[in-house]
Design a binder for this molecule. Structure first.
Ligand SMILES: NC(=O)c1ccc[n+]([C@@H]2O[C@H](COP(=O)([O-])OP(=O)(O)OC[C@H]3O[C@@H](n4cnc5c(N)ncnc54)[C@H](O)[C@@H]3O)[C@@H](O)[C@H]2O)c1
Length: 258
């Protein structure tokens, strides 16, 4: 019986689909109680119900991470129903890709409100619970865009660079209270997001081929391959790791693309 996360209660934002759903499922399989803090109540509840049907403890709480009052309500419910969390995975994120010359105030705010403000609101709301439970772990889903600039994706990489800064700043300021804060930077992972991205090109098949060719192994990753790294960072196996950023990109970022 796997139990790398036994005794942990983990909040995972945006866990109704994609990478977040895979993280929720792997965490539950490793013995964690999971909270699915998801904007879409139907997908969040479907994942939670399926986990409960498998004998796990899982609840879904409809949450908009971009709204600090919604995040505070979610944290209060976790405290009430599960005695607080000791792991927080900030996974909810959205792609906003614009030409910088046509990026409106609304585009900029939408991107930052979810991809950066939302992470901060969740950290601020959940940190007291983590500290009260004797310490724990925060895992932030950054991106390859947090270290490299892929053209035509503005302002998403600006927010993801900021997220690495938030990760490192909190890692230092929270270390004495036993809270570790790390980031994961996925490259291309097969989710609806990436399929939509390919479909935004006039020839989606050609764009998919071009993406695969950017990887030494000629394939992109799966949500599970990100989730297992989140399990490691949330577990006591990573107890001396903080402020780190683990790249999961099949070697894309080290391959010379000349
Ligand atoms: N898929 C990739 O290739 C990839 C690569 C690098 C980084 N990432 C990052 O990983 C994370 C997950 O990506 P994904 O591809 O699984 O995304 P996805 O779009 O498939 O899922 C995101 C989930 O977050 C939820 N969500 C969106 N806004 C929210 C809000 N305001 N409050 C709460 N929940 C909200 C959505 O409803 C959805 O369930 C994101 O932070 C993304 O930036 C993904």
């Amino acid at each position: 019986m796997p139990n790398r996360l036994a005794g942990k209660t983990a909040i995972i934002t945006g866990a109704g689909q994609g990478i977040g759903e895979a993280i929720a499922r792997c965490f539950a399989d490793e013995g964690a109680q999971v909270v699915i803090a998801e904007f879409n109540p139907a997908t969040g509840e479907a994942v939670a119900a399926d986990l409960r049907a498998q004998g796990h403890t899982a609840i879904a709480i409809q949450t908009d991470v971009a709204d600090s009052a919604s995040v505070d309500r979610m944290a209060a419910q976790v405290q009430r129903e599960l005695g607080g969390a000791n792991v927080l995975v900030n996974n909810a994120g959205i792609n906003v890709f614009r030409d910088p010359l046509h990026c409106t105030d609304e585009d900029w705010r939408r991107c930052f409100s979810v991809d950066l403000d939302g992470v901060w609101y969740c950290c601020r709301a959940v940190l007291p619970q983590i500290i009260e439970r004797g310490g724990g772990s925060i895992v932030n889903l950054a991106s390859a865009h947090a270290s490299q600039i892929i053209p035509n994706c503005f302002p998403y990489p600006v927010a993801k660079h900021g997220l690495l800064g938030l990760t490192r700043a909190l890692a230092v300021d929270m270390a004495a209270q036993g809270v570790r804060v790390n980031a994961i930077s996925p490259g291309y992972i097969l989710t609806q997001n990436v399929i939509d991205y390919w479909n935004s090109f006039p020839d989606p098949d050609a764009e998919q081929e071009r993406t695969l060719a950017m990887h030494p192994g000629k394939r992109i990753g799966t949500p599970d391959e990100v989730a297992w790294t989140a399990v490691f960072l949330a577990s006591d196996e990573a107890r001396f790791m903080t402020g780190a950023n683990l790249q999961i990109d099949g070697g894309m970022s080290i391959l010379y693309h000349g």
